[in-house]
Design a protein around this ligand. Structure first.
Ligand code: PLP
Length: 430
């Protein structure tokens, strides 16, 4: 008997596709999604009681591993004080202070409940602040499912996009320019043509929704300079990379390479909630003061700054701020990527990978891709064989070749070794 299969069949009767977020359905890789019964540390267990080493970590939030004792204690204590008040609390101030302490580009921050809300609100704020409508995004970057951001590139150099979802009116995306990631000329051309009409450039600095692709330093530098020159805002969507690639987020790494580099606005999510529904956006004081109730840009949320979620996020941020946490996490992640890449090469399979902090990408390609088009040249069939081979061996990777992976502070040397050994077996059968 396969309880995962039974639950999936049952789920499909009342939940569309059997899942509450599409990628969970295993549509890209085929097979039956695992229904997770519980998780602890680096592991999760499915409905059959099968254990997996978890490299999804709830798609990023579980940077400490599951059920970290300090986080659990903070959540349990908060629960006893009440679930939600719809009134301000001291804890949300503490979380806001912790965020701005680590991310110096953020003078002020507003808490929300999902990364989608953070991206959507940052976009509205940028439009409200600049009084302009046009926005630039890049193919392969995901900023949540707000209408204006569900856009793919048309054809030509600097083109306005087409909706990627039914139900998004063409009118709503007519101001969204979709450009190629890491294309310095492309962004120059777009600003040459529309510079005075552009409200913002929105970008994942390390894109985790096309597996793992870094914005090159010249490209990020061009985005920053062009925004400044034309009066547009630079919005870094660090919902995934924030507090995941570095304690200062990806922007701290770009600031090392580009003197004085700071975005105007940043969207955060995932890690800052530690697994609870919590996200945030923030940035320059002058821009953030345009938000209601101070300014004319409306934004609100019944559960925003929820007391249980903020307790979880705060305990998570405190734990990852301890000296040495990120060094150890980065070393462990690198060991994983190096090990799997070597296993592939030893078997004559073209594999490459990259990582930063606790985030990684593995590609069944001879060299690292620089944009979405290059990522998608990877073979689906080969990835699916790799994915299922690993899953059969108790290794739970993201079920699509365009998703990044995550290592947590709970992954031990033995977990990494077991994963590399599994990869060796799978590549041997390629
Ligand atoms: C996950 C993600 C989002 C959306 O966050 P949700 O909490 O799923 O709404 C937005 N941007 C990026 C970069 C993400 O990775």
């Amino acid at each position: 008997m396969d309880r995962n299969l039974d639950l999936f069949e049952r789920s499909k009767r009342t939940i569309p596709g059997g899942v509450n977020s599409p990628v969970r359905a295993f549509k890209a890789v085929g097979g039956t999604p695992r229904f997770v019964q519980r998780a602890q540390g680096a592991y999760c267990w499915d409905a059959n009681g099968q254990r997996y080493i978890d490299y999804i970590g709830s798609w990023g939030p579980m940077i400490l591993g599951h059920g970290h004792p300090e986080v659990l204690a903070a959540v349990q204590s908060a629960l006893g004080e009440g679930f939600s008040f719809g009134a301000p609390t001291e804890r949300e101030v503490e979380l806001a202070e912790a965020i701005v302490e680590h991310v110096p580009s953020m003078d002020m921050v507003r808490l929300v409940s999902s990364g989608t809300e953070a991206g959507m609100s940052a976009l509205r704020l940028a439009r409200g602040y600049t009084g302009r409508n046009k926005i630039i995004k890049f193919e392969g970057c995901y900023h949540g499912h707000a209408d204006a951001l569900l856009v793919k590139a048309g054809s030509g150099l600097a083109t306005f996009g087409h909706p990627t979802s039914a139900g998004v009116p063409a009118d709503v995306v007519k101001d969204t320019l979709v450009l190629t990631y890491n294309d310095v000329e492309g962004i120059h051309a777009a600003f040459d043509q529309y510079g005075s009409e552009i409200a913002c450039v929105m970008i994942e600095p390390i894109a985790g929704n096309m597996n793992f692709v870094r914005a090159s330093v010249p490209f990020m530098s061009a985005c920053r300079e062009l925004c400044t020159q034309h009066g547009a805002l630079l919005i870094l969507d660090e919902v995934m990379s924030g507090f995941r690639v570095d304690l200062g987020s990806a922007q701290a790494l770009y600031a090392q390479a580009i003197p004085g580099f700071q975005p105007d606005l940043t969207a955060l999510g995932k890690v800052i909630g530690g697994g609870m529904p919590l996200a945030a956006f923030g940035g320059r004081r002058e821009v953030m003061e345009q938000l209601a109730p101070l300014g004319p840009v409306y934004q609100a949320g019944t559960l925003s700054g929820n007391p249980v979620a903020t307790a979880c996020g705060l305990a998570t941020l405190r734990a990852i701020a301890k000296p040495g946490f990120f060094d150890a996490l980065a070393a462990q992640t690198k060991r994983l990527v190096d090990g799997v890449v070597q296993a592939g090469r030893d078997a004559g399979v073209a594999v490459c990978g990259d990582c930063q902090g606790g985030m990684f990408g593995l590609f069944l390609l001879p060299e690292l891709p620089q944009n979405y088009g290059q990522v998608m040249t990877s073979s689906n069939e080969q990835f699916n064989r790799f994915f299922h081979g690993m899953l059969d061996r108790g290794i739970y990777l993201a079920p699509a070749l365009y998703e990044a992976g995550f290592v947590s502070g709970a992954h031990s040397d033995a977990d990494i070794d077991a994963t590399v050994a599994a990869a060796r077996e799978v590549f041997a059968s390629f």
